[in-house]
Write a protein that binds this ligand. Structure first.
Ligand code: FAD
Length: 382
């Protein structure tokens, strides 16, 4: 066909897109700002939805994940001294997550692209976009299509006009740490607490990702290690034998915001993943949505290059906008459950009791619990 696709960004969206296009015989290259080591070593997400793993597996992109990842089908909500286990794997009719760290998935994808001969250029920041021509330090790269998979602060999005952004800054932030624990963390724990939310998500071995609600705009310097440990201990309230953090590393402050962009296409330029929408980590949807975008964009581009027909690509924005709003809604409702509204002690006590009711309902067989379980695990196909 001779048509060339340039993918900007070697995150989950960019690498999955490149693998699918290259497999379909399309001339595609990836341009990534960071070094390969950096991409392969930066821990971020870790919960993969059922539908995403099905999709990756069907395209031969999940070999190691299927071997080394762990299935995960329940989570625990703690509220007012009560622990409620939500068996979403059962409630959803068998849909579960896979626990597999994002950087390991990226490592596997880069390896796969190497193997099939799809070029991935590291240390190659795209400085500017001129139509479908990339400007890099190394020179100009002309393409017929550009996929902006360059994340929340990408440069490709800046060149897409009509980029109306609808968003919300939440009135709190999440301090996040990777921690070595006294033992493996068996499942996700969400603690709704008077002092603020705290969460614990399994990673590999004895490592867990922990979250702590802090005031919006909080300065990390105000949260030294002993304060973080004390807050985690109070809010997560581990029982005897439960894993506790022993060493904190990779500390970060997540400025909590949700954002959806309109204008995912300008001519031959497309946006996918975090470049198109930003989600809070509450529902663990960001990585999953990025892969779903890549799958949709790949199908549209392959159809276009093979047949010259633009109709699939023409629906890209509407389909992915719907996917993004669905995920925003899920994440927003979960955030609402996990945080107390502002107010005095009386209001907070009332809000806590209401949340305990909702949490109990999530564990009780019925349409409410089933809907949550299916949405959480990502039951629908990509
Ligand atoms: P990214 O992964 O951000 O990739 C973009 C790439 O583009 C980067 O490699 C970047 O270096 C590159 N780039 C940027 N600018 C340029 C340029 N000018 N030129 C070339 N390259 C460029 N999601 C989940 O689904 N589940 C979770 O459990 C979860 N937990 C999270 C925990 C944390 C602490 C964080 C920070 C995020 C979490 N997320 C989670 C969100 C998830 O990590 C992102 O949604 C996901 O990485 C988005 O993928 P992407 O490919 O769109 O963008």
């Amino acid at each position: 066909s001779g048509e060339r696709v340039a993918v900007v960004g070697a995150g989950p969206a960019g690498l999955v897109l490149a693998a699918l296009l290259h497999r379909a015989g399309i001339d595609v290259e990836v341009w990534e700002r960071r070094s390969r080591a950096d991409v392969e070593q930066r821990p971020r997400a870790g919960l993969l939805e059922h539908r995403v793993v099905e999709f990756l597996a069907a395209h031969g992109l999940a070999d190691r994940l299927l071997k080394e990842g762990e299935r995960h089908g329940w989570c625990v909500f703690a509220c007012l001294g009560e622990r409620v286990r939500v068996d979403y794997g059962t409630l959803s009719g068998g849909f579960r997550h896979w626990v597999y760290p994002q950087h390991l998935l990226l490592r596997d994808l880069v390896e796969k692209l190497d193997e099939i001969g799809c070029p991935v250029h590291f240390d190659a920041p795209v400085q500017e976009l001129d139509g479908t021509t990339l400007r890099l330090r190394q020179g100009a790269v002309r393409a017929d299509f550009v996929a902006g998979c360059d994340g929340a602060q990408g440069v490709v999005a800046a060149s897409v006009p009509d980029s109306l952004v609808t968003g919300r800054r939440y009135p709190y932030d999440w301090l996040t740490v990777l921690a070595d624990m006294t033992g493996p963390v068996a499942g996700v724990l969400y603690a709704v607490h008077e002092a603020g939310f705290a969460g614990m998500m399994p990673r590999t071995g004895n490592v867990a990702r922990l979250y702590l609600q802090v005031p919006a705009g909080a300065d990390p310097a105000d949260w030294p290690e002993d304060r973080v440990l004390a807050a985690l201990d109070l809010r997560l309230a581990p029982g005897a034998g439960d894993p506790r953090p022993v060493r904190l590393r990779e500390r970060g402050m997540l400025r909590m915001r949700g954002r959806v962009r309109r204008g995912l296409r300008a001519g031959g330029v497309f946006l996918a993943g975090d470049a198109a929408h930003v989600l809070t980590p509450s529902g663990a949807k960001g990585l999953n949505l990025a892969v779903a975008d890549a799958a949709d964009l790949a199908a549209g581009l392959i159809h276009r290059v093979r047949t010259g027909d633009d109709s699939l690509l023409a629906g890209y924005e509407a389909r992915r906008g719907a996917g993004a709003w669905w995920a925003q809604d899920f994440s927003d409702r979960l955030l609402d459950l996990l945080h107390l509204p502002p107010g005095g002690p009386e209001e907070r006590r009332f809000a806590l009791r209401l949340r305990r009711e909702r949490i109990r309902a999530l564990a009780r067989t019925g349409p409410y619990a089933t809907a949550f379980a299916r949405d959480y695990a990502g039951a629908e196909s990509v």
